[in-house]
Design a protein around this ligand. Structure first.
Ligand code: MBD
Ligand code: FE
Length: 312
């Protein structure tokens, strides 16, 4: 049996009532959004003949998702984070703004308050026995094409098991392991030593994985390193680099890989390189410059006000 009641007057009035459009209190914006989303959902139930069992399975899944703190994890999995980036790109295109270093999604695992270091930082605490030493360095370049002295480089990445500090299911990592804020030197240069991260996978058996599996998809990300780059007079850049050697570099469940953000890790084992970077043996090297864009009419038109993150 298939019935279609969405377009009836009764349902139309019911939607206005549950969305609060028939009262004067509350927030007009919230009412408008809820009315649209609910209308679309009612219509979906109607058109696809969603059964009560299907509906209640979805509600149980939402409860599991929330209990696991994974709303911010399924969001990139369903492409919403990337869609928001595409919209920011389109707004920039309309304003004639070019982003020489592309933005890409923040993801759910940033933690504020990382230790601040000048020019150089070591990110890892040396406790990951499988860690291949890594040196990444480069320059923060301003909208005028000149290096930005004192630019702020916030960096975070996971370990060789794909676990981030503060979200490590084994509890093994110390707070802020592989998380730092580096203040670029007077020539706009930043440099850090760490270990080459592995890819990330959504928690096995989690609500996020369950939905991805039902879509015939995996929940893996290629190896990547996250950044926020900020400097006076410039828009804050949220981005990541993706490591070229990872077989999933173009098969990211979070859709964050972009042209211009794929980096090779160059193996260095010669003494000159080892000495130049103050290393004690062979290491991988990444060189990458971040190019910032100017404020628009004196303001950052795209700054994302501190989102409420999974850690509260
Ligand atoms: C991550 O490490 C990440 O960067 C994103 C976007 C989603 C899940 C885990
Ligand atoms: Fe990540």
């Amino acid at each position: 049996m298939s019935v279609k009641i969405h377009d009836s007057r009764q349902v139309r009035e019911f939607l206005e009532q549950v969305s609060g459009l028939d009262n004067e209190q509350g927030s007009p914006r919230v009412k408008k959004i809820i009315h649209r989303v609910l209308s679309d959902l009612f219509r979906t139930i109607d058109e696809l003949d969603i059964t009560p069992d299907e509906y209640w399975a979805a509600i149980a899944w939402l409860n599991d998702l929330g209990a696991a703190g994974q709303a911010g994890l399924i969001s990139p999995g369903l492409g919403l984070d990337h869609f928001l980036d595409l919209r920011l790109d389109a707004i920039d295109a309309q304003l004639g703004i070019d982003n020489p270093t592309p933005r890409t999604i923040e993801g759910p695992l940033y933690v504020s308050g990382a230790p601040v270091e000048q020019g150089f930082a070591r990110l890892d605490d040396g406790s990951d026995p499988d860690g291949q030493p890594l040196v990444m360095h480069g320059t923060v370049v301003g909208a005028d094409g000149k290096p930005v002295a004192g630019a702020q480089v916030e960096v975070w990445h996971c370990d060789t098991r794909g676990f981030y500090s503060h979200f490590d299911p084994t509890g093994e990592q110390k707070p802020f392991n592989m998380r730092r804020t580096i203040i670029a030197d007077d020539q706009g240069r930043y440099r850090f030593r760490s270990i080459v991260p592995a890819g990330y996978g959504v928690p096995p058996g989690s609500p996020t994985e369950q939905l991805l599996t039902a879509l015939g998809r995996h929940g893996q990300r290629p190896a990547h390193i996250h950044f926020f780059i900020s400097a006076p007079g410039h828009r804050k850049l949220t981005t990541q680099i993706n490591l070229a050697h990872d077989p999933l570099v173009n098969d990211d469940f979070a859709h964050a890989t972009r042209d211009g953000l794929i980096c090779q890790v160059t193996e260095r084992s010669d003494q000159a390189s080892i000495k130049a970077h103050d290393m004690d043996g062979p290491f991988g090297e990444i060189e990458f410059d971040f190019r910032l864009t100017a404020l628009v009419d004196g303001v950052d038109n795209q700054v994302v006000a501190q989102r409420r993150r999974a850690n509260g």
